[in-house]
Design a binder for this molecule. Structure first.
Ligand SMILES: [Mn+2]
Length: 139
């Protein structure tokens, strides 16, 4: 199992490759607000653990194992953003809140949150009922 820090890197590398076709050390460093020497170190660890293959002049590619986990991590992040939006968390808090909780939930909890998001999305009146409660609590 990857550590929270490894998860952040795999998630970001997956997103960069999806968006740009490649993930450079400098782009990873910028996205995660870390020094490129930390990125290089982590890449070596992720290579050793077979999440990616790194060749100095050819860049890095995710292995099937890395891709599979990357996809799940991005899904988890997006699902938690959806959840926070549904429950009415202010947009300005959503990203940081998700970054704060995403590594600390079991996949069981993620699946159940998936059910909850589906529950709200299947019937708009459910979100309206929640908003009505929130209006009464008004804080
Ligand atoms: Mn994230």
């Amino acid at each position: 199992m990857p550590t929270p820090s490894m998860e952040d890197y795999i998630e970001q590398i997956y997103i960069l490759i999806e968006e740009k076709g490649y993930a450079r050390v400098s782009d990873i460093a910028e996205a995660l607000s870390v020094h490129s020497s930390s990125v290089t170190k982590m890449i070596q660890k992720l290579d050793k653990d077979e999440y990616l293959v790194y060749e100095k002049y050819r860049g890095l590619i995710l292995t099937p194992k890395g891709k599979k986990i990357g996809q799940r991590l991005v899904y988890r992040h997006e699902l938690l953003e959806q959840l926070l939006r549904i429950i009415g968390v202010k947009e300005e808090h959503i990203y940081q809140d998700v970054e704060g909780i995403e590594h600390h939930l079991s996949w069981d909890a993620i699946d159940r949150i998936g059910d909850l998001v589906q529950y709200f999305e299947e019937d708009e009146s459910r979100i309206k009922a929640l908003r009505a409660i929130q209006k009464l609590n008004d804080n």
